[in-house]
Design a protein. Structure first.
Length: 283
């Protein structure tokens, strides 16, 4: 094991809230759908506690409002609470005024529940790009210190392939710090190496090689992410969705928890703020 501390992050949303299902499960129906997130979060928090790992949880306001005790348990266990916006609306769907309302409402609720300052934000579906960088200014104005919302990859739903791979200030050093999810530069392109569906797609040794290379060759901390629904093998299967969506969402769910357990053993992990904001505080 190398000695670099990597950032473990979890996007706290339930299976029916993913962007890929938005045409099939309207937001107006969310209140009528039984949530399954508590059992998955119990398993995640137990695993992290067993491994003595502190992580960052990018949490929807919609979830936090309904499960405040789950949020308090997260914080009491020493994890960082961060914002994933209120209702998983992509930034590309919102006006500036709507976005300001979304991020402020979520931040205020999370802070009221936890009693802690919320410093981080991750846009649903990494939906900040070159066309809406004003969102970073809104985040700074709302009191956030960092974002993890610009994914430097080529993807059909998101991504800015030529964006910096590591910590940077897209709006200048007086603006907010952007912390991209991990990629590896190979064959002239950035390959996703920081979790999500790709962690379920790649054989585990590939993901392990990617992170180890980042730590040892590039001497950088990885930023890894996953969702609670990715360990929920019993979640209701959606009908009427396309093959690509079905493949991406359900691929290797049954392998995910075992892979996470192996990943937490193979590398050192910590919270986003403990890794990336320490130097910020000394500036």
């Amino acid at each position: 094991m190398n000695q670099v501390s990597n950032a473990m992050t979890i996007d706290v949303e339930d299976y029916f809230q993913v962007s890929a299902f938005e045409k099939h499960i309207p937001r107006e129906s969310w209140d009528s759908i039984p949530c399954r997130i508590e059992s998955s979060m119990d398993r995640i928090l137990s695993l992290l506690d067993e491994k003595q790992i502190k992580a960052t949880f990018f949490t929807l306001g919609w979830i936090a409002e309904r499960y405040p005790e789950m949020i308090r348990r997260m914080v009491d266990n020493g994890h960082e609470l961060a914002s994933h916006g209120w209702g998983h609306a992509r930034v590309t769907e919102l006006t500036q005024a709507e976005f300001k309302e979304d991020i402020s409402r979520c931040k205020m609720l999370l802070e009221d529940i936890s009693g802690q300052v919320v410093q981080g934000y991750r846009a649903p579906s990494f939906s900040i790009n070159n066309h809406n960088l004003w969102a970073l200014d809104c985040l700074a104005e709302a009191g956030y210190r960092y974002s993890s919302s610009i994914y430097p990859v080529q993807h059909d739903h998101y991504g800015v392939p030529d964006a910096p791979r590591f910590a940077n200030y897209p709006r200048g050093e007086s603006g907010i710090l952007e912390l991209p999810v991990t990629t590896i530069r190979l064959w002239g392109r950035n390959l996703p190496a920081g979790g999500g569906g790709y962690f379920r797609l790649w054989p585990y040794p590939v993901s392990k090689w990617f992170i180890n290379r980042l730590n040892t060759v590039e001497s950088r901390a990885a930023i890894f992410y996953f969702h609670p629904w990715e360990i929920d093998t019993q979640q209701p299967r959606q009908s009427g969705i396309g093959y690509k969506t079905r493949f991406r969402h359900y691929l290797n769910l049954h392998r995910m928890e075992k892979r996470l357990r192996t990943l937490t053993h193979d590398f050192i992990w910590n919270r986003m703020d403990k890794i990336f904001l320490v130097d910020e505080d000394s500036r």
